[in-house]
Design a protein around this ligand. Structure first.
Ligand code: AMP
Length: 217
């Protein structure tokens, strides 16, 4: 099964992606995570990506398309399928993805679109914090660690906030994403692939809605 998950920053994409990956065995390909890994490793591509990401801008298409194509061509994706997250972010990337999938003999089965009211998002994102050790994500006040200041996954006590989750870049990211996602959704709606789910409910209800869709594919 090859899937794409869409939703504005803070819509709950990352959380729902974790559940889909766990329950359906597909591999998570998040361009944001790939860029963060490259930045952490200090690669040339990571340095280039950082100069855009720190300003809340998109990394240029030629860089982004290249890393996605390389990843989709790997054997584990062919065997288990993929959940693309954070890509495509521009209509040019959507067209590049269509061409890549044809080249690789793959097809998209569904686009899950998590729908939320943009006015709640700045608050949600500004409340996001991440475990320094294992990368588990939390959110004030909806998704706090079960034991105060202790990561549920690895027990670490150290957390951080992503630079691009800070209020000054969040508003810019939401504005860019809103503008960019409209033609992409239209592209996939035309192909009959989009399933809209309500992201204003609880995490569990949204998960149930997504499972209903994926179980019917
Ligand atoms: P994310 O974790 O998906 O919010 O991505 C964090 C940042 O990485 C974004 O704000 C962009 O600067 C960059 N990025 C992630 N995915 C893409 C993409 N498909 N195209 C361009 N830039 C991207």
């Amino acid at each position: 099964m090859n899937l794409l998950i869409m939703g504005l920053p803070g819509a709950g994409k990352g959380t729902q992606a974790e559940t889909i990956v766990r329950d359906y065995g597909v591999l998570h390909v998040s361009t944001g995570d790939m860029f963060r890994a490259a930045m952490a490793n200090g690669t040339e591509m990571g340095k280039l990506a950082k100069s855009f990401i720190d300003k809340g801008e998109l990394v240029p298409d030629e860089v982004t398309n290249g890393i996605v194509k390389d990843r989709l061509g790997e054997d584990d994706i062919r065997a288990h399928g993929v959940l693309l997250d954070g890509y495509p972010r521009t209509i040019e990337q959507a067209q590049a993805l269509d061409a890549m999938l044809v080249d690789l003999g793959m097809k998209l089965d569904a686009v899950i679109n998590i729908d939320v009211d943009p006015s709640v998002l700045v608050g949600r994102i500004s409340g996001r914090f991440i475990c320094k050790k294992c990368g588990a994500t939390y959110n004030k006040p909806n998704k706090m660690p079960k034991v105060a200041d202790t990561c549920d996954v690895c027990g670490s006590h150290e957390f951080f906030q992503r630079d691009d989750d800070k209020p000054e870049t969040v508003a810019n990211r939401i504005e860019i994403n809103t503008k960019q996602s409209a033609p992409i959704l239209a592209h996939y709606r035309e192909a009959g692939l989009v399933h809209d789910v309500d992201g204003m409910h609880s995490i569990e209800e949204t998960t149930r809605e997504i499972k209903g869709i994926l179980d019917a594919i």
